[in-house]
Design a protein around this ligand. Structure first.
Ligand code: ZN
Length: 357
């Protein structure tokens, strides 16, 4: 043994070197319990490479994967009075705030950013679940109002990305008043004729799902995420009935009409680009030539702007359908509702062509 431990082991050590091996190189998937190498996981946008389970992702990573080339500029959120109720439970609310601020490096649970998605100007208001469970207090409400104002100013689409346990109880009624405030903020965007899309992520619950998060022109959701108002256990105890399995998941909400599309993280940017181009039809890039989702930009002699716009809309519809089919989703966008009523003319013909294609 002496020869082994005194000679061989030091030799091997000198060859291999005494590098510090970081401990948490591997992570267990909470769904399939498969082991995941952290680098693979990061490259796969925190989606399990074995079963496709979507783990939580940091807010910076989420914004980077949504915007074109990961580029965006932060929009400052106005300051609000901190702890106006001087609330205290086991701990003072101001101390909780300070802890969350030092942990996340952010002022509160929302980030507002402006950039482009598929070339379309877009404002994203994203919740930071790491900040007190993404709870909605005055600062978050203020953030959503600022996001809506910015969208209107910049003539941009608004995308809300909730990840929240609901209203922030430490702010009592002040947090509840954010529900109507955010609803009015969203209405501002709609009044300006701009698209408002919600990307529901895990979890979207409580006061958040009871306000702006359920008012989108389109509701997208991440696979498997929890969407609801009260939790399953609370409902079961109240109505004294067993709830179906999969209740309050993204897929369940889609099958019951609350969600339009369940989109995996890999397809998120492409899907958002397509949908935004469709909704903001002035932005559609209509390439010449044939192929799925391609229309003709050659309007010829009668190439009035209306005809061009109509063609662009129909090309967008075809493109959106192609995307949806690729995703294997059984979702049918209502073509009629997506087509501006005053641009019928050429569209009906194009639609027939789309339908027969
Ligand atoms: Zn897994």
């Amino acid at each position: 043994m002496n020869w082994l431990s005194n000679f061989i082991r030091p030799k091997i050590r000198s060859i291999v070197g005494q590098k510090d091996v970081p401990e948490n190189l591997w992570q267990k998937c909470p769904s399939c319990e498969g082991m995941l190498f952290h680098r693979d996981l990061a490259e796969n946008m925190n989606v399990c490479t074995h079963c496709g389970y979507h783990m939580k992702i940091s807010i910076q990573e989420r914004l980077a994967l949504m915007f074109d080339e990961g580029k965006f500029e932060r929009i400052a959120v106005p300051n609000v009075p901190q702890d106006p109720l001087k609330f205290r439970d086991k701990k003072k609310y101001v101390d909780r705030l300070k802890d969350a601020q030092s942990k996340t490096g952010e002022k509160d649970a929302i980030i507002v950013a402006f950039g482009h998605i598929g070339g379309n100007p877009t404002v994203i208001a994203a919740f930071n679940f790491a900040f007190m469970g993404g709870s909605m207090g005055a600062a978050v409400g203020e953030g959503l109002v600022r996001a809506a104002e910015t969208a209107v100013q910049k003539n941009a689409a608004l995308i809300a990305v909730p990840a929240s346990g609901g209203a922030r109880m430490q702010e009592g009624m002040i947090s509840l008043i954010q529900l109507p405030r955010t609803v009015i903020a969203v209405q501002m965007v709609k009044d300006a004729g701009l698209p408002y899309i919600v990307l529901l992520t895990d979890p979207t619950t409580g006061g958040v799902s009871a306000s702006f998060a359920m008012l989108g022109d389109l509701h997208l959701a991440e696979p498997g995420c929890m969407i609801g108002f009260a939790g399953k256990r609370v409902i079961e105890e109240t109505i004294r009935e067993q709830l179906p399995s999969g209740f309050q998941t993204a897929e369940y909400c889609r099958d019951h009409g609350m969600v339009d599309l369940v989109v995996s993280r890999q397809d998120l940017h492409a899907t958002l680009s397509r949908l935004l181009s469709l909704l903001m039809c002035r932005q559609i890039d209509v390439p010449t030539g044939s192929g799925p989702g391609r229309g003709s930009s050659k309007a010829g002699k009668n190439g009035s702007s209306d005809v061009l716009a109509a063609k662009a809309v129909s090309a967008g519809v075809a493109g959106a359908h192609a995307t949806l089919n690729q995703l294997g989703q059984q979702v049918e966008l209502d073509i009629e509702s997506l087509t501006p009523a005053n641009e019928v003319g050429d569209v009906s013909q194009d639609k027939r062509r789309v339908a027969s294609a």
